[in-house]
Design a protein around this ligand. Structure first.
Ligand code: CTP
Ligand code: MG
Length: 247
């Protein structure tokens, strides 16, 4: 296939604070990873999916194996799904996923924690890649005013201080799937591999690497439903969205 999806699901889910990796946490009764795979496969039925999993969590590996083997009686193609073990940071997990993809021209890197991402977002990213963009990211306007901060000017006040306020109209919050020409992403990752760990840990999204290489990163419309389930509040919101969709 020409497109592969690296679905990163190897995080521990510390902020959600359950006794299991976040990808295994049920969202309205269905494990987050299962919802994420279903949404990717529905949006991009021809794409290869590489699920990047926590090495030690057998039930997630079993879930992937059973999805890959499941018969499809409705004639829909079954997901081209493989699973690999992730690493200590998100970027390590992305690298592990990239190493496992076949002969794809384009790669979408997607957070399993954004398990309710609607097909329009995948389509918008894929369309921009097809039109020739080398890096594409879904984005939304920010709703809060964002401050850059600095250390407290008065050390007797236990608080940080405002450094500056970038105009909100010029800011966007980015989501996933983030889409790339595979050769460009692989080249960027090769550079990061040589970085000290402290710097590598600052790679919080994949577009950042493209900016570093001087690549133009294009923005397409994101979607509120592509929220990243990070905290208990996000999980409540996701379950409310599912309930609303079933009405
Ligand atoms: N991720 C990953 N490997 C890691 C860390 C994160 O594959 N070592 C994935 C997560 O599984 C998630 C996505 O990257 O789908 C975004 O990360 P985040 O929301 O931070 O998830 P966690 O790292 O699991 O959560 P926390 O930071 O609260 O521990
Ligand atoms: Mg994390």
């Amino acid at each position: 296939g020409r497109t592969a999806v690296v679905l990163v699901a190897a995080g521990s889910g510390t902020r959600l604070g359950r006794a299991m990796p976040k990808a295994a946490v049920p969202v309205a009764g269905v494990p987050m990873l299962e919802r994420a795979i279903a949404s990717v496969a529905a949006a991009l039925p021809e794409a290869q999916i590489v699920a990047v999993l926590p090495a030690g969590h057998a039930s997630l590996w079993q879930l992937c194996a059973s999805i890959a083997a499941a018969p499809h009686d409705d004639g829909a193609p079954r997901p081209h799904l493989v699973a690999v073990a992730g690493g200590a940071t998100r970027n390590d997990s992305v690298r592990a996923g990239l190493a496992a993809i076949g002969d794809a021209v384009h790669v979408l890197v997607h957070d399993a924690a954004r398990c309710l991402t609607p097909p329009e977002v995948f389509a918008a990213v894929a369309d921009a890649l097809a039109a020739g963009a080398r890096a594409v990211v879904p984005a939304l306007p920010v709703v809060d005013t964002i401050k850059a901060v600095r250390a407290a000017p008065d050390a007797s006040i236990a608080a940080e201080a405002v450094a500056s306020t970038p105009p909100r109209s010029g800011l966007r919050a980015v989501q996933t799937p983030q889409g790339f020409r595979r050769d460009v992403l692989v080249a960027a990752q090769r550079q990061v591999a040589a970085w000290p760990a402290a710097r590598a840990e600052t790679v919080t999204d994949d577009a950042l690497l493209m900016e570093m290489l001087g690549e133009d990163v294009y923005l397409v419309p994101g979607d509120e439903r592509a929220l990243k389930i990070t905290t208990e509040l996000d999980l409540m919101l996701a379950e409310a969205l599912i309930a609303a969709g079933e009405e």
